[in-house]
Design a protein around this ligand. Structure first.
Ligand SMILES: [Mg+2]
Length: 205
């Protein structure tokens, strides 16, 4: 039980945390640009390319694809059903923070049904022509803290690191794949299955 007087805000990463498959390979497979994306992902994981640059390059490769088709495709991304139920039951205390572009993810995010925060871009003729904002997840955490919330961040990747550091409680999930090593030292709870995650979230409410 949350014995604080502060209300709790759960902020979730999207890919691999709420979805049980990564959205980027889904797009790459569908549009047959796997090779380009795979090379980029490999280079990023090896640390040869910093995340922000990798993200910009990714958007450059995928931005040429028809935006409406990407949004339709991502709407079909597999989600963790019990986690989805938890979010929908407590939607006023849940939010999603994803680095993905809003124009690609909004249909999926609206289906989930809580507040969400994404990276932004300019779309012209159904194509991404310019990246205008890369979401800094820690900023969302700080905003909710300033509003008086106790923030629990739930994530699995290196791009969740700063948000998890700033959050009052950090939960690393290994439900889709093993969480990034970088987030383990700042983790309060390390959870490997959906049921255990939902139980833990209910206890923190
Ligand atoms: Mg993730």
């Amino acid at each position: 039980m949350n014995t604080d007087t502060k209300p709790v805000m759960f902020i979730f990463d999207l890919d691999g945390t709420v979805t049980s498959e990564e959205t980027l390979p889904l797009i790459a497979n569908h549009f047959k640009v796997e090779e380009e994306i795979e090379n980029l992902t490999k280079e990023t994981i090896q640390g040869n390319i910093p995340f922000v640059e990798s993200f910009i390059r990714r958007v450059f490769i995928l931005g040429k694809l028809p935006v409406s088709e990407v949004a339709d495709l991502l709407e079909t991304t597999k989600l963790y059903p019990h986690l989805l139920e938890f979010i929908q039951t407590h939607r006023d205390n849940c939010a999603i923070a994803t680095g993905n572009l809003e124009c690609w993810s909004y249909k999926l995010l609206q289906k989930i049904g809580c507040a969400y925060y994404c990276s932004d871009s300019i779309v012209e003729n159904n194509k991404v022509v310019k990246l205008t904002k890369i979401l800094r997840k820690e900023q969302i955490v700080e905003n909710y803290q300033q509003e008086g919330y106790k923030v629990v961040f739930i994530g699995d990747g290196n791009n969740d690191l700063e948000a998890m550091r700033v959050a009052d409680i950090a939960i690393s999930v290994g439900t889709t794949h093993y969480p990034s090593k970088s987030i383990l030292p700042i983790t309060d709870y390390l959870i490997f299955n959906e049921e255990a995650l939902c139980r833990q979230l209910s206890q923190l409410l």
